[in-house]
Design a protein around this ligand. Sequence first.
Ligand SMILES: [Zn+2]
Ligand SMILES: [Zn+2]
Length: 264
Amino acid sequence: MTLNFCSFSSGSSGNCYLIKSQNTALLVDAGISGKKILEGLEKTKTNLEFLSALLITHEHSDHTKSIKTLTKKHNNLNVYANKKTWEMINKDICKDQMKTFDTGKIFTIGDIRVKPFKVSHDAADPVGFSFYSRDKQISVVTDTGYMNDEILCEVENADILILEANHDIEMLKIGKYPWFLKQRVLGDEGHLSNEAAGQAIVKLLTKNKKERRILLGHLSRENNFPEMAYQTVKNILEEANYYIGKHVYLNTIIRDEISRTYEI
Ligand SMILES: [Zn+2]
Ligand SMILES: [Zn+2]
């Protein structure tokens, strides 16, 4: 049995991912237009009616923009978020479709087990997710100011890890963002830099040598380029004697672009 991953878009301007097994299809976040989500579903040959659930990481609009549109289009779609996140999502959604999970507790949707875990971000109760199907694992960690041991522990066995590489620190510092926004992005409850992503991957490879693919995501439009994120991480890995293609597979997923489907 396989577990598939496809990004419909990833970045500060909007996020939406598809996780799919034979019998279950889940979306993580709905931060792009309904039209783009439908395009992604069509490209991955996923019927809207086949979608089992939409899972929300946190309330920011680049993750929640189209919740209402999707629940209207698909009346049986359940949307899952934790209690504090629901309190911040001010959308008129049918109560029957609103489901609540507890951060840290595993729950099951179809044949996929889901574990939401805490990350560090300036939202009410932001989470990353791990998805398990038999012995396969896909994990998503974006919108976090840092990677601590707890988060590393959650994702160390992932066969596919979607990891935030939001910005290049120097580019952010000299860029046009106002001072308060720079402080926010760089802070503990902000976003993970390319450098921090690279260092986190070195820790993962040192802890656990399993074969894995890492997809760098949630890249900033203003303060990053896909090539820069990739190259920065590559340099940090090579300094620690880890090589792409040998110790880890590395790709970037980008905004406004449906990625290829990664299968494990
Ligand atoms: Zn975000
Ligand atoms: Zn956010």
